[in-house]
Design a protein around this ligand. Sequence first.
Ligand code: ROI
Length: 168
Amino acid sequence: MSIGKSSRFQSAIALGSNLGNSLEILEAAIIRLTQIPGINLLAQSSWYKTKAVGPPQPDYLNGCAILEVEIEPQVLLITLLQIEAEFGRIRRERWGARTLDLDILLYADLILDSSNLQIPHPRMGDRAFVLVPLAEIAPDWIEPVSGRRIKQLLLDVDCSEVNPFQGK
Ligand code: ROI
């Protein structure tokens, strides 16, 4: 057993689904996250119905969460991939429909560019389906590459295809 000090960081993640019962899958994924040692849920956005970006496919349900984590980014990534797999995500095509997609958006003020993981998420600044829910729970978080707050990034994207999901 180790009694060393453990560091805690905040990390923002994005959740998305457009296959199966997306609301049930996303709610279950949030609960699953809270069961993982080293992860605490600090905030959860509401859910949004969003038009798919990319090839034609069903609308998505999207949301974001703020986690307090005591695990490193690479361990968080493995954990999120495991949860995706538990919910039956099949990685067929890069931009295809998915039962559950979990992405790390931000990890404290870290900038990381490794072969399998980039933080901040390289496309988050262009994506209204990420910025709208994130701005709900973390408007003042500064995206460290642009140096701009989430609420500022939101001003530069078209939010017309991101709508509150009726039901939560
Ligand atoms: N489009 C929307 N609206 N929401 C997503 O979560 C999403 N995820 C993706 C692509 C295919 C880019 N499009 C998306 O991976």
